[in-house]
Design a protein around this ligand. Structure first.
Ligand code: SAH
Length: 208
């Protein structure tokens, strides 16, 4: 998986490659899909949600340019696979998920890998806004669900020098955008690959 799908497509950050080699993907998918866990595609994880394609996980992670010292916010824990990669590469990960059974299952998977530097919370983005105000600012933020636009509430929670990666666009197809906040607090947008994510729900996403 790592050689054919990730390195061959141009991912070159050695730390990202090592993390993808280290974290088993099959424990994050439903048993019925375990045989397909290392295939080049997203897979269902229940609750009408999906675990992202391995290449997209690697690409988004590389865009965050993590060195090991960062505090990272993730919106959309899902299976917890992307969370596990982040936890391997950063100091601390805060991850929010709106669907309780997914968050509970992700917790079990992360514990089984002894990744104890992850804090999970259930937040539907409806009653309370997305993000994690009490723990902000974050050195890196990753959104793993497609948003209609970049939520200002998240760029506000990004530290100076920090990076935010988010898929933005309509239902069927989004574009991956990396936002860099410079030391002056200005935001720079860098568009990259096209991708397809399940929708970000709630007040800063698509309405339920
Ligand atoms: N990175 C995950 C992707 C899961 S799919 C993985 O690879 O497994 C995206 C997840 O975002 C879904 O589980 C969905 O329930 C969640 N989600 C959607 N809108 C959300 C919101 N406003 N707040 C938190 N989680 C959200």
């Amino acid at each position: 998986m790592v050689q054919d799908q990730i390195v061959a497509r141009g991912i070159s950050d050695r730390r990202v490659i090592d993390a993808m080699l280290k974290i088993p993907r099959h424990i994050f998918v439903q048993e019925a899909f375990a045989a397909q866990a290392y295939n080049d595609k997203a897979l269902p994880i229940g609750e009408k949600q999906t675990i992202s394609q391995p290449y997209i996980v690697a690409l988004m992670t590389e865009k965050l340019a993590l060195t090991g010292t960062e505090r990272v916010l993730e919106i959309g824990t899902g299976s917890g696979y992307q969370t596990a990669i982040l936890a391997t590469l950063a100091d601390r990960v805060y991850s929010a998920e709106r669907i309780r059974p997914l968050a509970l299952r992700a917790r079990k998977c992360l514990d089984s890998l002894k990744l104890f530097n992850v804090q999970l919370r259930i937040n539907d983005g409806e009653g309370s806004p997305i993000g994690w105000e009490e723990e902000a600012p974050f050195d890196a933020i990753i959104v793993t669900a497609g948003a209609p636009e970049v939520p200002a509430i998240l760029t506000d929670q990004l530290a100076r020098g920090g990076r935010l990666v988010i898929p933005v666009g309509a239902d069927a197809c989004q574009q991956l955008i990396t936002i860099v906040k410079n030391e002056a607090g200005e935001l720079q947008h860098e568009p990259s690959a096209e991708c397809r994510f399940v929708p970000l729900m709630g007040r800063q996403g698509w309405q339920t």
